[in-house]
Design a protein around this ligand. Structure first.
Ligand code: TIU
Length: 220
């Protein structure tokens, strides 16, 4: 089996069962005026990973391997938005409120869509998810089974929230998970580093980590 040079040790993979999962690269998280900014965050930090994530996506596309995208968003009637989530904290705008990019984190609104730089191409699956994890209340597990995927490379935002939650969900379901360290970002650099450290600690207790160049090198 081919190997990705990774931490805490090399990641052996089967090209027939590996896919890329790009988490929540939505305008609402990486552009001003969206959900991330409404929580008081500096979105500029997240934009730095766009070129690397693009290279990773291009590498999977060139190798003919699946790319799956997720979007954190809710129905327009908010029926899948628990009050506990809507009311959390003291944001400038709550989920469902009108903002400069349409209603915050609502499916179909411009802000909830994936940024143009990383937009899915025809044939790529997009999973809309009401939670932080991609398995909760979605068809994600079914899509992975249909595609025969057992090994998942992760990119996207934010490292310690939706990315880590989804990796933990996947790990418990028996998937091998690897995080692309330079194609993920947090509003809090210390949290990104802590998430990376805790994912690969204890002999890859949640999964592996590797930079994009090492992932692409192994695919090629
Ligand atoms: N706030 C934050 O860091 N993240 C989220 O709310 N969602 C995702 O991580 N996608």
């Amino acid at each position: 089996m081919p190997l990705i040079r990774a931490e805490p040790f090399d990641f052996a993979f089967d090209p027939d069962s590996i896919g890329l999962v790009v988490i929540d690269m939505q305008r609402d998280f990486v552009e001003p005026g969206g959900f991330g900014a409404s929580l008081g965050n500096d979105v500029a930090l997240l934009r730095a990973i766009i070129p690397t994530t693009r290279r990773l996506i291009d590498g999977f596309r060139a190798a003919g391997l699946p790319v799956i995208h997720t979007r954190e968003c809710h129905r327009a009637d908010l029926s899948d938005l628990p009050p506990a989530k809507r009311n959390r904290g003291n944001p400038a705008l709550r989920i469902g409120d009108p903002g400069p990019m349409g209603r915050i984190l609502i499916a179909g609104e411009p802000g909830a869509d994936i940024i143009p730089e990383l937009y899915p191409i025809e044939g790529e699956t997009v999973i809309d998810k009401p939670g932080k994890g991609a398995f909760y209340a979605t068809s994600f597990a079914q899509v992975l089974a249909e595609k025969g995927l057992r090994q998942l490379i992760f990119a996207g935002v934010t490292t310690e929230v939706c990315v880590q939650t989804t990796m933990r969900e996947a790990n418990d379901r028996g998937y091998d998970c690897l995080l692309a360290t330079d194609a993920t970002e947090s509003y809090f650099p210390a949290f990104k580093q802590a998430a990376i450290d805790m994912i690969r600690a204890q002999g890859a207790i949640v999964g592996w980590t590797a930079p994009t160049d090492d992932i692409l090198g192994a695919l090629a």
